[in-house]
Unconditional design. Structure first.
Length: 152
């Protein structure tokens, strides 16, 4: 799915144990570039620090743990964002991957020079200047196509 700039993406990581208790299970999910942690939906004892969602503890036989959290999409211009969660325990390690695409709209990283605040678009994209941003044109720019200035 494509997610707009500053849109919310929700991740749910579910892990279970069909065997005997495992005393040392660890889930780690380092958030990818292009996202910022937003909030917990179902924390289930997990923590967030230094850009890493982490859960560790005993996973008893027959138990199921679900960790759900939301991130804000900070990417634009059609970027692909891939998130990988890792789970390890006495039986080994596994990983799970989830991917989303950022919409082709391109938003500036802040106010400043056009060439410094807009990332290059891999394909044709719409540049959106949000309310409150001041952009200075510092190069020849072809304004053919989609261009939007959001009202303030």
């Amino acid at each position: 799915a494509n997610v707009r700039f500053q849109g919310i993406v929700t991740y749910t990581v579910v892990f279970s144990n069909t065997g005997t208790a495992d005393p040392a299970v660890v889930l780690t999910d380092t958030l990818p570039s292009g996202t910022n942690f937003a909030y917990w939906v179902d924390q289930s004892g997990a923590t967030y620090a230094d850009n890493i969602v982490r859960w560790s503890g005993v996973l008893t036989g027959g138990s199921v743990i679900s960790v759900t959290f939301a991130v804000t999409n900070t990417a634009s211009g059609g970027a692909t964002i891939t998130n990988t969660a890792y789970l390890s325990g006495s039986a080994g390690a596994v990983s799970s991957v989830a991917t989303f695409g950022a919409t082709a709209d391109s938003y500036p990283t802040g106010s400043g020079l056009w060439s410094q605040v807009f990332a290059p678009c891999p394909t044709r994209c719409k540049r959106v200047i949000p309310a409150g941003a001041t952009i200075t044109l510092d190069q020849d720019i072809d304004l053919d196509g989609d261009f939007e200035i959001e009202p303030g």
